[in-house]
Design a protein around this ligand. Structure first.
Ligand code: C5P
Length: 404
């Protein structure tokens, strides 16, 4: 029983596929889960609360208030109770509300207050599913870390045929089971991750920096923490927030500070992923006062910063993994291969700065992984959260090879 003792909150919205929710509830119970069902008012038109209450062995929740006894269904307690929330079927309407933080029924308030992983199984007509507004809303949910269980192709309630059918209940249960199975994969491991840009001061108000947002590194930190790792996230100046008890965040500004933080933490780590865009050069002299404008050209002499990845590569033990990134504008494969060797990395993640939707300051990325044994894996353009999971998967493969 893969879901033994797990509290699962099943959210059902008003779509024809709601008839499958009865079977989904049974499958969840069979896997040992404790299931509570929250329905939108419209969902009741499609499947009776009685059926679901019987199958889930719990009363069904629809309203904030119980009209019979005046009792109150707390709008947040269900979200806090759940180890996982599944919204199946998820209509275009509810997906739009979720992606915009609209909380106008018990299902959407539970969603907004849930601290657990959320699985979303969209179900709608093919044109609604393909509409740019729905695409954007689903992408937004993916970006905030919700797990989308993609709709299937086939016959739809409208009589049309296309993509929009809710994934079969077996597939939904498998996605949730896989998630919990994976959540222990890195238990007991400590992973250090660098993220964001570094700023190298020129004077008190100016610096040399770059356009890195930190999104890739932060997504990696969440992905590693979701697999049970303790994460040390060493971040340059990034405008991102993170709230996860497994992630210890250390904020730094310059390459030198990032190096110091990495050096003092690396020894206790099982792996380090260097996703930061560290400045390669810094001014030799930092002016104490703001540099005044003059008529002649200004020359600032630069010196190399510490190459953190390379220095850790020299220190790393046989039991530690070191993973780097290469952001290239030309000769990607050749440059990445050289960095892989020079920095003594176990693998390197190559992304192109020229490609639309990849690299700095985007929510998506397209990567190629090059391993020290010469293996090369090309991936599709994906959200940075999905890319982060692909990288963590490969880190686990590399860790298993060490253990052999
Ligand atoms: O040599 P290059 O800067 O292209 O290498 C990129 C990889 O090295 C990234 O993983 C980056 O985080 C890391 N790096 C570093 N310290 C530097 C420069 C890059 O750790 N000073």
């Amino acid at each position: 029983m893969t879901l033994s003792g797990k509290n699962i909150l099943l959210g059902i919205t008003g779509g024809i596929a709601a008839y499958k929710s009865a079977y989904l509830t049974r499958l969840l119970i069979k896997q040992g889960a404790i299931v509570k069902v929250v329905m939108t008012p419209t969902a009741k038109q499609f499947i009776t609360p009685l059926t679901l209450a019987t199958l889930s062995q719990n009363p069904i929740l629809v309203d904030f208030f119980n009209s019979e006894n005046g009792g109150w269904n707390s709008h947040v307690s269900l979200g806090l109770w759940a180890d996982a929330m599944i919204i199946a079927p998820a209509t275009a309407n509810t997906i739009a509300k979720m992606s915009n933080g609209i909380a106008d029924n018990l299902l959407t308030t539970s969603y907004l207050s849930a601290r657990c992983p959320v699985f979303v199984a969209p179900a709608m007509d093919l044109d609604m599913f393909a509409h740019p507004a729905t695409r954007r809303n689903i992408a937004a949910l993916k970006n905030i870390g919700n797990i989308i269980i993609d709709a299937d192709e086939g016959e739809l309630a409208s009589g049309l045929t296309g993509k929009g059918r809710m994934a079969e209940p077996e597939k939904i249960v498998a996605a949730v089971s896989d998630y919990f199975e994976q959540s222990n994969q890195l238990a007991g491991k400590t992973i250090m991750i660098t993220a964001g840009p570094t700023y190298e001061n020129i004077d008190p108000v100016r610096f040399i920096g770059n356009y890195s947002s930190g999104k890739m590194g932060f997504a990696l930190a969440v992905a590693a923490a979701n697999r049970g790792a303790d994460v040390i996230l060493i971040s340059g100046p990034a405008r991102l927030k993170i709230n996860n008890s497994r992630i210890q965040r250390i904020d730094v500004t310059s390459a030198e500070q990032m190096y110091e933080a990495c050096k003092s933490n690396f020894e206790k780590c099982d792996a380090a992923i260097m996703a930061a865009a560290v400045a390669d050069y810094r001014p030799v002299n930092v002016s104490e006062q703001k540099i005044k404008k003059a008529d002649n050209a200004l020359t600032i002499t630069l010196e190399a910063t510490p190459d953190i990845a390379k220095l850790l590569g020299q220190q790393k033990s046989d039991r530690q993994l070191l993973i780097g990134f290469a952001l290239e504008t030309e000769n990607g494969l050749a440059n990445a291969t050289e960095k892989l060797k020079k920095k003594n990395l176990d693998f390197i993640v190559l992304n192109s700065a020229n490609e639309l939707g990849a690299g700095f300051n985007t929510d998506t990325n397209r990567i190629t992984i090059l391993k020290k044994n010469g293996e090369k894996i090309d991936y599709q353009l994906k959200s940075k959260n999905e890319v982060a999971n692909d990288i963590i998967d490969q880190m686990i493969v590399a860790a298993n090879e060490i253990d052999k």
